[in-house]
Design a protein around this ligand. Structure first.
Ligand SMILES: Cc1ncc(COP(=O)(O)O)c(C=O)c1O
Length: 316
């Protein structure tokens, strides 16, 4: 069999990405090596995934230990890494509960579903739209793509899901004008990443928070790119003096997505625990029914590795 990995890949791997002609085989910290042994400085970090670099000993140790213990179980069981990771995230953030998924896109899907469900149960039907920003990026699954405010990502996949409106980032007037009786939530990256590293004005996010409170909308911050220490603070919203209702994270936790959500939305849903439906968790929270659905319920390896990542990044 040929050692020309690129030629072999071109025959069998779908060409959905414009890949660099590099076959990477090894990494250590911020350095990676190709299949010819050439060393590179890795400024990409898996597109903001490897917060602690490659082959971090604590992550490797935790993952190896988990592999010798338990590999995968269903969401219908509790596991210890699930609890440990959720406790760590809750301790380090504003939130009091965590929803685990497989990726950032799925974390955003979960957040959108949470907002719709919360709004429906609290205010009744017809209030399902989410306002997000032009130039935003929220992921490539159909729902997250529909929330993404960049046409280039939509092309060829239409029709997208109904229920999203877009306004310019950093424009409170445009956001206020877009709010009507059909809207349940605002979804923003605190600092736009994919859209070109666009910072908000100093008071923008605080003003958005105020508007959401006035209009009884949930504020979701997508911190998949900015969270877990990437901007210097653990979460970018800490710079701007506000707390969202829901925050989505991924990447830095070895690519398994988490939606963090606080009491307000959850308690309402939890209060309806007696009305458990198919696909709904025991406590009435949004739990999608998937055999290999993400998170430490099943992705024990991810979870085991993610606890040391969160602790190291936060310093406690
Ligand atoms: C802000 C933001 N949200 C969501 C995503 C999607 O995350 P994932 O690739 O883990 O699905 C990304 C990925 O780049 C992102 O930057």
């Amino acid at each position: 069999m040929s050692n020309n990995w690129i030629e072999r890949a071109d025959k069998v791997v779908m060409n959905t990405y414009g890949r660099q002609p590099l076959v990477l085989v090894k990494g250590e910290g911020c350095r990676v090596w190709d299949d010819a042994g050439k060393e590179y400085l890795d400024f990409v970090a898996g597109l903001a995934v490897c917060n602690l670099g490659h082959s971090h000993p604590d992550i490797a140790k935790a993952a190896a230990a988990q592999l010798t213990q338990l590999v995968h179980v269903s969401n219908i069981y509790y596991t210890t890494p699930m609890v440990e990771l959720a406790e760590t995230l809750v301790r380090l953030s504003f939130a009091d509960r965590v929803f685990f998924a497989n990726s950032g896109a799925e974390a955003n899907e979960g957040a959108i579903k949470l907002c719709r469900r919360y709004s429906r149960e609290k205010f009744g039907p017809g209030r399902h739209r989410v306002i997000s920003a032009l130039n935003s990026f929220h992921g490539r699954t159909l729902g997250a793509l529909s929330a993404t405010g960049q046409e280039k990502f939509h092309q060829g996949f239409e029709p997208l899901l109904e229920g999203f409106k877009f306004v310019p980032f950093n424009d409170l007037g445009a956001l206020a004008a877009a709010v009507d009786g059909s809207v349940c939530a605002v979804l923003l990256e605190p600092i736009q990443g994919e859209g070109g590293v666009c910072l908000p004005d100093a008071d923008y996010l605080k003003d958005v928070r105020r508007l959401c409170d006035e209009k009884r909308l949930l504020l979701v911050l997508d911190e998949i790119q900015t969270g877990l220490g990437r901007t210097g603070k653990l979460f970018a919203h800490e710079y701007y003096g506000l707390k969202p209702d829901v925050m989505t994270l991924a990447k830095g936790h070895r690519r398994s997505g988490r939606g963090l959500r606080p009491r307000r939305a959850c308690q309402h849903l939890r209060g309806r625990a007696g009305h458990r439906r198919r696909g709904q968790g025991r406590r009435g929270t949004l739990k999608r029914r998937k055999v290999s659905g993400g998170g430490p319920g099943q992705r024990l390896l991810c979870a085991k590795g993610a606890v040391p990542v969160a602790r190291q990044i936060s310093g406690n």
